[in-house]
Design a binder for this molecule. Structure first.
Ligand SMILES: Nc1ncnc2c1ncn2[C@@H]1O[C@H](COP(=O)(O)OP(=O)(O)OP(=O)(O)O)[C@@H](O)[C@H]1O
Ligand SMILES: [Mg+2]
Length: 454
């Protein structure tokens, strides 16, 4: 189990920070009667809104009925649950049912325009306590704001995040460097979920966590990919998404796998299907990038998958944890390495016309030395992606960086070539701005199988 779920606060007293909000919730529940307005928890992601609602129910021995606010069927379900005054009907013996409407800010602009109105009506008639949860208070309708009591969850301070991280490390038996925890807490920017995710990424499977580990495995790499995936679902502006795609350490093929792993966050089946279609299209571009060493295609791959997915997601946000691609977990680290190694060995064998086993036995060390001396050259020569390069140089961050740099140089070259070509072939529209059709393959033609090894 990942740590975000494992260390979800079970009781209100475990909730870190926001003590005013927590107190307000407790008093509301203690004094609850039908005259009380429902609570509206709002604020930044990962600050404990959903957890606090469940913790409160747990402390009060209330049963939770969670309904999806943007779901069409919710109205009927709500009526059924909220309309019932019976406090003893529940099999679990819980005294009341707490109705939880998460994502209450996602009602507007839906096909179901009456959603917010229906909820307001039900609130008025409810015999059971209700808690609504939203990220964006301003996205709520006036009517909904008028009938609820707001409870704000603020971003958590780094100094309250650190003790929680220390607690988790202790429970997991990881000795941690205080500087490592400080770095994570700072980087989390008030979001405890992000902090726990980063800690997990950096510390899982280790006995000791040093500040340096955070630097490479969480801060620079994972956390930014978390941000990128989160932003796709938040419906950030296109330009921002494309900028972030350039900023992350990961190459587009890795980003694609993260996005694929994230499709479960799509609001419905139709959106998910659209998401898959975008990824399939992006995958074609990524494949061609490596086949043809034509890195301009990377940009299209990024645009197709990020903007396409953001559009399909409709700005619903991610209301669960963002996980590394499950395919990686399934493969396990060593199996993943093996798969990459096998793919690389096959590729090199085809390119150099040396049988695979001979390559592995007799040439691999020599090739490694060569690659280490001039990695960029061999990235071009062997069409290596970051994972493959990493097999030679054993430095993931550096491998990703080199592959990115090569891509940048190649792109610059392509641009220059296109500019030169232009005066002569005026009629031909700039090829740099449109994804070349398959027929244009001849444009870049070092045919495979002619790599020069030494
Ligand atoms: N205040 C907190 N104290 C302790 N743990 C927290 C706190 N806030 C978040 N967490 C950790 O982050 C996870 C996610 O928190 P939660 O689901 O409550 O966030 P949220 O505010 O509902 O976020 P969102 O707006 O994205 O739904 C929890 O499982 C827990 O591990
Ligand atoms: Mg939540």
């Amino acid at each position: 189990m990942d740590w975000v779920e494992k260390y979800r606060p079970q009781h209100l007293q475990d909730v870190v920070g926001n003590s005013g909000a927590v107190r307000q919730m407790y008093e509301w529940a203690r004094d609850w009667s039908r005259q009380k307005k429902p609570l509206l928890l709002y604020g930044k992601p990962g600050t404990g809104k959903t957890s606090s609602a469940y913790a409160l129910a747990n402390d009060m021995h209330w049963e939770v009925v969670e309904l999806n606010a943007s779901d069409q069927r919710t109205k009927a379900a709500l009526e059924k649950v909220a309309g019932s005054g019976s406090t003893t009907a529940s099999l679990s013996g819980a005294s009341r049912k707490l109705i939880l409407l998460d994502e209450a800010d996602n009602l507007h602009g839906q096909a179901d325009r009456g959603g917010a109105k229906a909820i307001v009506e039900i609130i008025a008639a409810s015999m059971q306590p209700i808690i609504l949860i939203a990220n964006d208070y301003y996205a709520l309708t006036k009517e909904l704001k008028a009938v609820t009591e707001p409870v704000q969850f603020r971003a958590l301070q780094a100094r309250s995040i650190v003790p929680r991280l220390r607690h988790i490390c202790a429970a997991e038996g990881v000795a941690c460097d205080p500087a490592a925890l400080d770095a994570i807490a700072e980087r989390a920017d008030g979001d405890m979920r992000a902090a726990v995710n980063m800690l997990y990424a950096a510390a899982v499977g280790r006995e000791h966590l040093a500040a340096g580990d955070v630097h490479t495995s969480a801060k620079d790499e994972r956390s930014t990919i978390f941000e990128l995936v989160g932003s796709v679902y938040k419906g950030k502006r296109d330009a921002d998404l494309l900028r972030m795609a350039v900023e992350v350490e990961d190459t587009p093929d890795t980003v694609e796998q993260w996005l694929e792993g994230s499709l479960s966050h799509m609001p419905d089946f139709a959106s998910r299907a659209r998401g898959y279609a975008c990824l399939a299209r992006a995958d074609e571009y990524i494949g061609r990038t490596y086949r043809r060493q034509y890195y301009t295609l990377w940009r299209y791959a990024s645009a197709v998958m990020l903007l396409g997915l953001a559009d399909a997601a409709g700005g619903h946000g991610v209301h669960d944890r963002i996980m590394p691609p499950s395919r990686w977990q399934k493969m396990g680290a060593s199996k993943k390495q093996k798969t990459i190694r096998a793919g690389l060995s096959r590729k090199l064998s085809e390119m150099t016309h040396i049988p695979e086993d001979a390559l592995r036995e007799d040439f691999f060390t020599a090739i490694s030395i060569l690659v280490e001396q001039d990695p960029a050259r061999y990235v071009r020569e062997f069409e290596l992606d970051a994972d493959e390069l990493n097999l030679f140089i054993h430095d993931k961050a550096r491998a990703a960086k080199i592959v990115k740099e090569v891509a940048k140089e190649e792109k610059a070259k392509e641009k220059k070539a296109a500019a030169k070509e232009k005066p002569a072939t005026k009629a031909k529209k700039s090829q740099d701005d449109a994804p070349p059709a398959d027929a244009g393959e001849s444009r870049r033609d070092p045919p495979p199988g002619q790599a020069t090894l030494f």
